[in-house]
Write a protein that binds this ligand. Structure first.
Ligand code: SF4
Length: 674
């Protein structure tokens, strides 16, 4: 049976290399390869069953057009020619009558590689003069903070965690996403490393940790500032390093000064002694590494929280040794810019923050959005204020194109539905954002049905609208070359890819921070208090904004990722009802038992689903997973129906963890929970 090489481009830090068994042009098995040393021959259960995504009943195989009311998901099959003619005609009309800004492309490329976003699609929308989308649903506050402080300096390679003597996993759950960090942490612990986990849930890793800080959601900022304060106050800050390598030291120190352990612990709902323990451990242990996840960014203080966490290794002098420093995203290590392949500079048209999509679709912008082109995204499942998004998508006068692999919740509202290839059916170029690999892969099976790749479809739309130009890169090979050519070390990358498909730490892609990798800021220094971030944050950088909980809605709803979906990708494979998890004391106070149907609600909406008691949650916190679809609850709403469209202090990010709710039992009946 042929064993073909591929790589996983889904929204996960690990970027696994894959071995795909194919028989009669059908995928039979997907397994991890040993080519990428981080993959080490194993992959997650999600991608092992990716064949069900490729061939499942929800797979879109042919272009189609709406044949019923929006949302009913009844379509009639049409040819590609008919579908693309309808799309191009409508784009042309909207551009002529309302202006091209009435066209909004909506994408988020977490589950596709570099060829499938910001290449031919950008060429089309840029030349058209369409509205621009601020892709802020994830990582925008973190990116703003990391760019401001370090210019997105590459972080500690995940392999190098084996060298650390202290590992702090802050706001991420590698048991669900990025599973390849687990054996490395285990190896480090087996040789005596200490583990600290900061998470409101007792995750599997928290269970094994030497110290677990179960913070109240949204309080990472005061906690990080209290550690910084202690380092300065106790003479444990590395003042010599700061004097030569950092700016903004005094400003940071002043901002941290009011945050005693006692005050921060009170707000975070933990013991002050736990902060003392962590601070001492951090000051005294080398190498020490912080794995900073994306959980701390998803609240009103998110950007400042990430900035304060990333400031810790600078203040404590943790750089300059293998296994010491921090990791956030390593995607910047490659300095690749797929926009280089677009062949069109971004226009100066208005920008719409995707976290405010509901508002935009409901007419809060001028000109109104009349044409929505959704690709690489499922906004109805993933964006805040779900009921506003749903109402917007239901607008009869909105023309919506959805270019997708499967019939998502959003696709049900399409006027034109275009079938997209998966990464196993096309050439793709993927880079990891945890693992520092770059991989070029080719189709292992032919496209399912009539599915087409993104660049084929967007290039064809460019032609139909007369926006193509001689020399535009069109094929996958041309796009790959254009992306690599624009990189500083493009020809070396090309040669490396041709020879090996990927690069790995032993070839030099595991830089040690402040030994062979330095801040990419203008003066190559750490900016601990960038003035632009201070101006952007409503309360100033590192300024704490209070918890939005009220007496009416006293519970904090969090919606972290699980091992079942990758953001909302593969959500169609999670068939059953998904429970809301709550602490037994919160359940008992409301007369709720395991399996009872409950209503979780606030002023934005409600979700009806089964309940499950979980003593691993801190009391006052309830949990409904990220990425579930409408079929996973009793009323078709998911956690995002309860998430406000307020924005983070930096980067315009989503405040998923600022959802405050109440829960009540609606029926005592055993429900089958997934
Ligand atoms: S989702 Fe992550 S762990 Fe799973 S195969 Fe892809 S990169 Fe590997």
């Amino acid at each position: 049976m042929p064993l073909l090489r591929s790589a996983c481009p889904l929204d996960c830090p690990d970027a696994c290399s894959l071995e795909v068994s194919v028989e009669g042009q059908q995928i039979v098995r997907i397994e991890g390869s040993r080519l990428n040393p981080l993959t080490e021959g194993f992959i997650c259960a999600k991608v092992r069953r990716f064949g069900e995504h490729v061939y499942g009943p929800e797979r879109l195989r042919f272009p189609s057009m709406r044949a019923a009311k929006k949302g009913e998901a009844r379509f009639r099959r049409v040819s590609w020619d008919e579908a693309l003619a309808a799309v191009a005609d409508r784009m042309h009309t909207v551009r002529k009558t309302r202006g091209a800004e009435a066209i909004l492309p909506l994408s988020y490329g977490g589950s596709n590689g570099l060829l499938s976003q910001d290449t031919a699609d950008a060429r089309l929308f840029h030349r058209l003069g369409a509205s621009r989308l601020a892709r802020t649903v994830c990582a925008a506050p973190s990116r703003a903070a990391a760019t401001g402080l370090y210019g997105r300096m590459p972080g500690v390679a995940l392999h190098d965690y084996a060298r650390a003597r202290l590992i702090i996993v802050w706001g991420t759950n590698p048991s669900a996403t990025g599973i390849h960090l687990l054996p490395i942490i285990q190896k480090a612990m087996a040789s005596g490393a200490k583990l600290v986990v900061v998470d409101p849930r007792r995750t599997p890793l928290a269970d094994r940790a030497d110290l677990h800080l179960a913070l109240r959601p949204g309080t990472d900022l005061p906690v990080a500032l209290s550690l910084i304060r202690w380092l300065f106050a106790e003479g444990r800050a590395d003042l010599r390093f700061l004097a030569t390598q950092a700016t903004g030291v005094e400003e940071l120190r002043r901002k941290a000064d009011p945050w005693t352990f006692h005050r921060a612990a009170g707000i975070a709902g933990i013991e002050a002694a736990a902060l003392q323990t962590l601070a001492t451990l951090y000051a005294e242990t080398n190498p020490a590494v912080i794995r900073c996840g994306w959980g701390p960014e998803r609240n009103r203080n998110g950007g400042s929280a990430i900035a304060a966490i990333l400031a810790l290794p600078a203040v404590a002098g943790k750089f300059g040794v293998r296994g010491g420093g921090y990791t956030l995203s390593n995607s910047g290590a490659w300095k690749l810019d797929s926009l280089a392949a677009a062949g069109a500079a971004p226009p100066t048209t208005r920008e719409i923050n995707m976290n405010l999509l509901g508002e935009a679709l409901l007419g809060k912008v001028e000109p109104p959005v009349d044409f929505l082109f959704v690709y690489n995204a499922n906004p109805l499942a993933t964006l805040p204020c779900q009921e506003k998004v749903r109402a917007g998508l239901a607008r009869e006068d909105l023309f919506t194109v959805v270019f997708e692999q499967v019939l998502t919740d959003t696709a049900r509202y399409a006027d034109v539905l275009l079938p997209a290839t998966t990464f196993l059916e096309r050439t793709e170029l993927s880079r990891g954002y945890g693992s520092m690999v770059l991989q070029e892969t080719h189709a292992v099976i032919p496209p399912v049905g009539e599915a087409r790749s993104n660049h084929e479809v967007f290039a064809e739309l460019c032609r139909r609208l007369g926006l193509d130009k001689p020399g535009d890169p069109e094929t996958a090979a041309e796009l790959t070359d254009a992306i690599l050519r624009a990189a500083p070390n493009g020809s070396a990358l090309r040669a490396d890819l041709d020879r090996r498909q990927l690069a790995h730490p032993e070839t030099g892609y595991a830089p040690v921070q402040f030994m062979d990798s330095f801040p990419l800021t203008s003066d190559r220094k750490i900016h601990l208090f960038p003035p632009d971030l201070d101006q952007e944050a409503p309360g100033g950088l590192y300024g704490y904004q209070d918890d939005p909980a009220t007496g009416e809605f006293p519970l904090a709803l969090i919606s972290p990722a699980t091992s079942k979906t990758i953001s909302s990708t593969l959500g169609q494979l999670r068939r059953g009802q998904v429970p809301l998890e709550l602490h037994p004391t919160d359940a008992a106070a409301r007369g709720i038992g395991d399996g009872d149907a409950v209503r979780v609600f606030n002023s934005l909406g409600e979700v009806r689903c089964p309940a499950r008691c979980n003593s691993g949650l801190r009391p006052g916190v309830v949990f409904l997973p990220k990425g579930i679809w409408s079929h996973n609850t009793l009323n078709g709403a998911t956690s995002n129906a309860l998430v406000p469209d307020t924005l983070t202090d930096l980067g315009g990010g989503a405040c998923f963890n600022d959802s405050r709710v109440q829960v009540e039992r609606i029926a005592e009946r055993p429900l089958t929970a997934d």
